[in-house]
Design a protein around this ligand. Structure first.
Ligand SMILES: [Zn+2]
Length: 308
């Protein structure tokens, strides 16, 4: 048995996993953000609720483990940011601890029990507030020990002109320290930023999507530019990884006409030609972080020879 966690900025969700198809969620608890002792106590309470000693515990976290230092980069939860969290929790709790990025857990969940089932190489893309991604090959997460693989959202790569006719797009500064990242234009925040640049109007991403679906010309222009900017780096990602399916999660993935448009644009820009959708909505709509972390934990425990 393993206990998996989805650690978010507001809530900690736990679950008990006995097999890939037997994952039971537990009660959610508020995330202690400032006090590490409270954070550990909350984890203990979740494990106690599970009622038995787990073979390991596994985490989905909106952060990245630095593969060189094992330090967690997680700016929105200060009490765990910068810590060698796996080692510290192993010392506190006494069983193995696995930590994975939430986009990686999403990719794992989609590969094993979502839209990626039956595909050898699955690239899971997040179009949420920002842009993220994870890569699963032959059922294994390419990043299981932490690291930055799959992060197609960062790097100075977006085009200077986009849309038809082309509009000049500034290299917006990104939280990662670079300029011109896909993250600055590809998620909900990016949509709002592009709309402001193109039309000098501040609307929420929901408003822009709503206007677009109602046939508004300004919103159509924004969507056209956004799809143009995002499709090229995603097509490059598909060429590099050889992914044969790209499940998309995050808030914008719920806008099916937007995904359909992105899918057509990506398929027209990749080398391999597919006569079926490649960029598709995710299927694990409920708790992909929890499920992905559970799958990683089960795999880890199984490989250590425990009866998971
Ligand atoms: Zn960036």
């Amino acid at each position: 048995m393993i206990v998996s966690f989805d650690i978010g900025g507001s809530a900690i969700k736990g679950g008990i996993a006995r097999s890939e198809t037997d994952i039971v969620p537990l009660a959610r608890r508020p995330t202690p953000k400032q006090d590490f002792a409270d954070f550990v106590a909350t984890l203990r309470a979740v494990v106690a609720e599970a009622g038995e000693t787990p073979d390991c515990i596994s985490f989905s976290i909106a952060g990245v483990v630095d593969p060189d230092t094992q330090a967690l980069i997680c700016a929105n939860i200060p009490c765990i940011h910068g810590r060698r969290l796996a080692a510290e929790l192993e010392a506190e709790l006494g069983y193995p601890v696995l930590i994975a990025n939430d986009a990686d857990c999403f990719a794992m969940a989609e590969a094993m029990s979502g839209a990626g089932r039956g595909h050898r190489i699955v690239f899971g893309a997040i179009l949420g507030t920002g842009v993220g991604g994870g890569l699963v090959a032959d059922g294994r997460l390419v990043n299981a020990a932490g690291g930055f693989a799959g992060e197609w959202g960062h790097g100075p790569i977006i085009a200077s002109f986009a849309g038809n006719p082309p509009a000049a797009i500034p290299a917006y500064p990104c939280g990662c320290g670079q300029k011109g990242c896909v993250d600055t234009v590809g998620g909900a925040r990016g949509l709002e930023r592009l709309h402001k640049t193109l039309h000098d109007r501040e609307l929420s991403s929901e408003e822009i999507i709503g206007h677009w679906l109602a046939g508004d010309a300004e919103a159509e222009r924004t969507i056209d530019v956004m799809v143009d900017l995002v499709a090229s780096p995603l097509a490059l990602t598909v060429n590099i990884t050889g992914a044969t399916i790209v499940p998309v999660g995050g808030g914008l993935s719920n806008v099916e006409p937007l995904l359909a448009r992105l899918d057509m644009a990506v398929r027209s820009r990749i080398l391999r030609k597919f006569d079926r959708p490649l960029v598709v909505p995710s299927e694990c709509k409920i708790e992909p972080g929890l499920i992905g972390a559970a799958l990683l934990g089960l795999k880890f425990a199984g490989e250590r020879g425990h009866a998971a």
